[in-house]
Design a protein around this ligand. Structure first.
Ligand code: ADP
Ligand code: MG
Length: 334
């Protein structure tokens, strides 16, 4: 089990992580989300033991993680960290790079282990290719395989698919994460791509300016987002006054509504004028303008002409649920 207990970290005098605490059980997959500069990479480095904390403590299976001032070889021995710049050996082959971290005591099984990993990252055909001749995305996959060579207990992945093209990315995610689950490896993935998160993470931790603003199970966080910043990490979201959605209410508050949560009607609901269509494959994301001002985003199966008037509705059930989530938050805040 990982325990992060009230840690603070600063680069020189600038605070980058503030009072972060959380626990993560063995075998769980956690995604760390947040906008660029929110502290995701810094948190991963701190957990791996690459930083000297200003305050607080990190433990892995009850053993304290030591920073570089207290540890000759930086980085925890039972963890592996795949950074945003892969740190490979460019003039040696893919096989040699992956084999580099295998134990000399297990020579007999080296080749089969390397073959297994090459299959996970779908690079079997490149076994004998020198790393410098690979694309950025291929290098990133080799870095992943290398981190897995000696099965770590905790794997830290920093934007692991950022250089990999969309087609390969989907393929790789669907192979890699189930493989890691099967091996019971605990995983923390820093990412700003919701597609890395929704299907593959048990839990999501959200950072904003170095602070933890949410930590919850993925589905719960998505369906009951605490604030617009959290919901926005998953895509477009609207924040609308309840009075607009339910006109006889006295409540003077706003709720979050995802674009897919609207239903279109031909004659009643919130009136909006379509301003733009964005083709998204199976559907269109549509930007429209409320008559009272302000944009509103929704999905439609078909394209809608610019300038057309539409009527949008949200179910009373959803309004009730979001209000309940909000009230629960208020109760807790009091
Ligand atoms: P993220 O990974 O979420 O984009 P980072 O953890 O890389 O964010 O950075 C968090 C903050 O720390 C940013 O404001 C960044 O500019 C700052 N920072 C990161 N690395 C350094 C460094 N080596 N020296 C000084 N400031 C840094
Ligand atoms: Mg980063």
């Amino acid at each position: 089990m990982l325990k992060v207990d009230n840690i603070d970290f600063s680069y020189r005098k600038t605070p980058v992580l503030a009072q972060i605490s959380f626990g993560l059980e063995q075998g769980k997959h956690l995604a760390v989300m947040g906008e660029s500069g929110s502290g995701k990479s810094t948190l991963l480095k701190a957990i791996y033991g690459l930083l000297d904390l200003v305050q607080g403590e990190i433990t892995w299976n009850k053993k304290k993680v030591l920073g570089p001032s207290f540890n000759l070889i930086p980085g925890h021995e039972n963890m592996k960290y795949v950074s945003q710049n892969f740190d490979l050996m460019p003039y040696t082959t893919v096989t040699e790079n992956i084999g580099q971290f295998l134990s000399v005591y297990e020579q007999d099984t080296h080749q089969s282990r390397i073959d297994e990993l090459l299959e996970v990252i779908e690079m079997t055909d490149y076994a004998k290719t020198k790393v410098k001749n690979l694309s950025g995305g291929q290098q990133q996959r080799v870095a992943l395989a290398r981190a897995l060579a000696q099965e770590p207990e905790l794997l830290l992945l920093d934007e692991p698919f950022s250089n990999i093209d969309q087609f390969k990315k989907n393929e790789l995610r669907h192979r890699l994460f189930p493989y890691l689950k099967e091996k019971q490896i605990t995983v923390i993935t820093a990412t700003h791509d919701p597609n890395d998160v929704l299907s593959f993470s048990d839990l999501v931790l959200v950072l904003k300016a170095g602070q933890k603003i949410a930590l919850d199970q993925t589905l719960k966080l998505y369906h009951s987002p605490k604030e617009k910043y959290v919901a926005s990490l998953f895509g477009k979201v609207n924040e609308l006054p309840v009075k607009l959605l339910k006109n006889y209410t006295e409540l003077d508050t706003k709720i979050l509504v995802y674009p897919h949560e609207f239903e279109l009607s031909s004659d009643n609901g919130i009136k909006a004028i379509v301003t733009r269509n964005f083709f998204k494959g199976g559907r269109f994301l549509i930007e429209s303008q409320l008559l009272i001002g302000g944009p509103i985003w929704f999905y439609s199966k078909t394209e809608i002409r610019e300038g057309a008037q539409v009527f949008l509705n949200v179910s009373l059930e959803l309004i009730g649920k979001r209000l309940k989530d909000k009230k629960m938050l208020d109760d807790r805040d009091l």
